[in-house]
Design a protein around this ligand. Structure first.
Ligand SMILES: O=C(O)CCC(=O)C(=O)O
Ligand SMILES: [Fe+2]
Length: 430
């Protein structure tokens, strides 16, 4: 990120995002077919939270685009079997609905491929239903494979940076599904962004901008499972459906990458036998959306167990436990997450320009490629969210003794870092 973009972005991030109605009336989804600077992507799509599609030239040199695909552009079952054979992979059944998702089971990769071949031979049908290999942590299971590179546009990725640091999880996935497999209506984990690249095959995406989901809930407040279901038109079940806008429909071809913005609900169909790489990610541009999501999740839990509020001393802690089990994160972990992101940028800025830092090579490469202005932007954003946390009544009520650094000390540390390294980046615009 250059000096000028840093200034623009720091100013832009302070004003509310443009309403999506304006986006609707003025935009088709941009198709990016030429070189695009990171700063342009940042200012035009990331910050405003608008979708776009990158052409296949952005995945042309990925190894999986050659190795996993036949000359005819179909999944190369033989090569895939050689690589992954007995590996256990998660497989969903698209024909079975369980709590607004499809139940998954683990099976050997070769069993899934055997099923897929039979499914094709049988005219894309099977008594077993339509199985979809999804959310497979292939990059984590096979770190030496290096079959694709995350494009620089998506490299400011706090979510995977944090989970990599804990060494327990990540949000980098491979999806493989026959024609007809699909993913029900949802928004992504913690309201993160996603990017998704088709290695082969085609997908149809139906996207709704944030806020529209309120019209797509039934009388009990449950989100529809299938946005094309006929019962949406039944006013007794979905009273607000007629207020919803038409979804944005995007057909994604082989090799193309779609950028799915934060909090946009979507439903996805494989129009052909399709393999894709999908990452969930978030950063300084949508961390406010994640923070809003966490507050909404906590409010929902609080409403649910409101009747016990005055009878339990540990009611607030209890709400956090429930929130963590339902949403995967609580306020304490959110603060720990912000600390790791801040610490990495602090040591990066303090080590600049000599560049000696002791975090993993790919992280140091990503921070160096994005540069000191970006690290400063990130620190400003962490500081802003810490200020919000410190003012939050629910956060104040929690026991902070287990945090390795108190949020107010972290905030102070960030301010000092930004001050002492200001030679590397201009001051934050007032
Ligand atoms: O490709 C799919 O089936 C779903 C992908 C998705 O939901 C995502 O990348 O966010
Ligand atoms: Fe998604």
């Amino acid at each position: 990120m250059d000096r000028e973009s840093y200034h623009t972005c720091c100013s832009l991030v302070k004003i509310p995002r443009q309403s999506y109605e304006q986006f609707w009336s003025s935009h088709f989804v941009d198709y990016i077919d030429r070189e695009l600077s990171y700063s342009k992507f940042f200012g035009k799509y990331l910050l405003p939270n608008h979708p776009c599609v990158f052409s296949k030239r952005f995945t042309e040199d990925w190894r999986c685009r050659k190795h996993w695909v036949t000359e005819e552009g179909r999944p190369h079952f033989q090569k895939l079997l050689q690589e992954f054979d007995e590996t256990q992979v998660p497989v969903a059944n698209c024909n079975v609905k369980e709590y607004n998702a499809n139940p998954k089971q683990m099976m050997p990769f070769k069993e899934f491929i055997h099923y897929w071949k039979e499914y094709i031979q049988n005219g894309h049908s099977s008594p077993k239903g339509c199985l979809y290999l999804k959310d497979w942590h292939m990059a984590r299971d096979f770190p030496e494979h290096n079959v694709y590179q995350t494009p620089v546009f998506f490299s400011s990725d706090w979510l995977n940076e944090y989970w990599d640091a804990l060494e327990v999880d990540d949000y980098r996935f491979v999806y493989m599904g026959p024609k007809g497999s699909w993913t029900p209506f949802h928004a992504d984990v913690f309201r993160s962004y996603s990017w998704s690249a088709n290695i082969c095959g085609r997908k149809k995406w139906l996207l709704y901008p944030p806020g529209q989901e309120e019209f797509l809930k039934d009388t009990h407040g449950n989100l529809t499972y299938d946005i094309t279901a006929t019962d949406l038109r039944d006013k007794a079940i979905f009273p607000y459906f007629d207020k919803a806008c038409q979804p944005l429909e995007i057909i994604q071809e082989a090799g193309e990458i779609i950028f799915v913005p934060s909090g946009w609900h979507h439903q996805v169909y494989n129009l052909e036998d399709t393999i894709s790489i999908n990452h969930n990610w978030l950063n300084g541009c949508n961390i406010d959306i994640m923070w809003q999501f966490l507050q909404n999740e906590l409010s929902a839990v609080q409403r649910e167990i409101e009747e016990w509020r005055n009878t339990m001393d540990s009611w607030h802690q209890h709400c956090q436990v429930i929130m963590k089990s339902c949403s995967g994160i609580d306020y304490r972990e959110f603060a720990a997450f912000l600390k790791i992101i801040a610490d990495n940028r602090t040591s990066f800025l303090r080590a600049c320009p000599s560049g000696n830092s002791d975090y993993p090579r790919h992280l140091s490469e990503a921070l160096s490629a994005l540069g000191p202005h970006h690290a400063a932007f990130d620190l400003q954003r962490v500081a802003h969210i810490l200020e919000c946390l410190l003012c939050n009544d629910d956060f104040k009520k929690l026991d902070h003794s287990t945090l390795s650094l108190q949020p107010d000390s972290l905030l102070q540390q960030i301010r000092e870092t930004l001050h002492s390294t200001r030679g590397q980046h201009p001051p934050y615009p007032e």
